[in-house]
Write a protein that binds this ligand. Structure first.
Ligand SMILES: CC(C)(COP(=O)(O)OP(=O)(O)OC[C@H]1O[C@@H](n2cnc3c(N)ncnc32)[C@H](O)[C@@H]1OP(=O)(O)O)[C@@H](O)C(=O)NCCC(=O)NCCS
Length: 199
């Protein structure tokens, strides 16, 4: 199966597309903001080299299908406002993890919900995933609400799973099954599991 480097998904307001050279400043604006990284798995970025490294990592990982990260680019002004990612693919179990981030200037506009509807449809449809998981900080109310709105259920609570910048935090583990997704979005037919086997 081909990798993800050419993948683009379109939603009413957004183009979801791979990161590219030229995205450094927009990524830096998002990931250097302590409000954005408050519950993130790493501290705020302090230099543009972090953005360059992310783009370089994706350039290698996306063709290999190691993970699928797409930028959220607004159709209206071509501004990069965030990213969403399916990662930790487990081919045998047809499972992956979900991650997402939006610049704080764009919170409250429904953009991430719109993007995740498209990414999850791609995951459960084209990639034939059976299960998507999300590991969030239980204090991250906006993230929890975003997941619940998509149909995710909290399935677990793992104590002191993270230490970021010296701060110890717990995990709330959420899960969404393909059949839950199909029950919410009827009419879509999943492709055979073999299609996702490469991942
Ligand atoms: C998580 C994130 C993508 C959500 O995007 P958003 O545009 O802020 O989402 P919304 O404004 O639609 O908020 C989602 C829900 O949380 C609620 N909410 C947001 N902030 C809240 C707060 N501080 N307290 C209580 N509820 C809150 C909203 O009212 C909304 O509820 P609803 O679905 O019932 O209407 C965004 O906040 C973000 O990028 N955060 C930083 C990165 C991050 O934490 N990523 C997730 C890591 S697992």
């Amino acid at each position: 199966m081909a990798g993800f480097e050419m993948l683009m998904l379109s939603t009413p307001r957004l183009l979801l597309r791979p990161l590219a050279e030229g995205d450094e400043a927009a990524l830096m604006a998002i990931f250097s903001d302590p409000a954005v990284t408050r519950y993130w798995s790493s501290p705020p970025w302090t230099g543009i080299e972090s953005a360059q490294a992310m783009i370089a990592r994706d350039r290698a990982a996306m063709p290999a299908g190691d993970y699928l990260r797409l930028a959220l680019e607004r159709h209206a002004d071509r501004t990069l406002i965030g990213t969403c990612t399916l990662f930790a693919f487990q081919a045998q179990c047809r499972r992956a993890e979900l991650g997402y981030v939006l610049g704080s200037a764009y919170w409250g506009g429904g953009y991430m919900h719109e993007a995740l509807l498209a990414l999850l449809e791609h995951g459960f449809g084209t990639l034939a995933l059976n299960r998507v998981e999300a590991d969030i900080d239980p204090r991250n109310i906006a993230s929890a609400r975003s997941l619940q709105r998509l149909g995710f259920a909290q399935e677990g609570y793992l104590r002191e799973r993270w230490i970021v910048g010296g701060e110890v935090s717990d995990t709330a583990l959420y899960g969404l099954l393909q059949r839950d997704w199909r029950a919410r979005t009827p009419g879509q037919v999943a492709v055979p599991a073999a299609v996702a086997a490469a991942h």
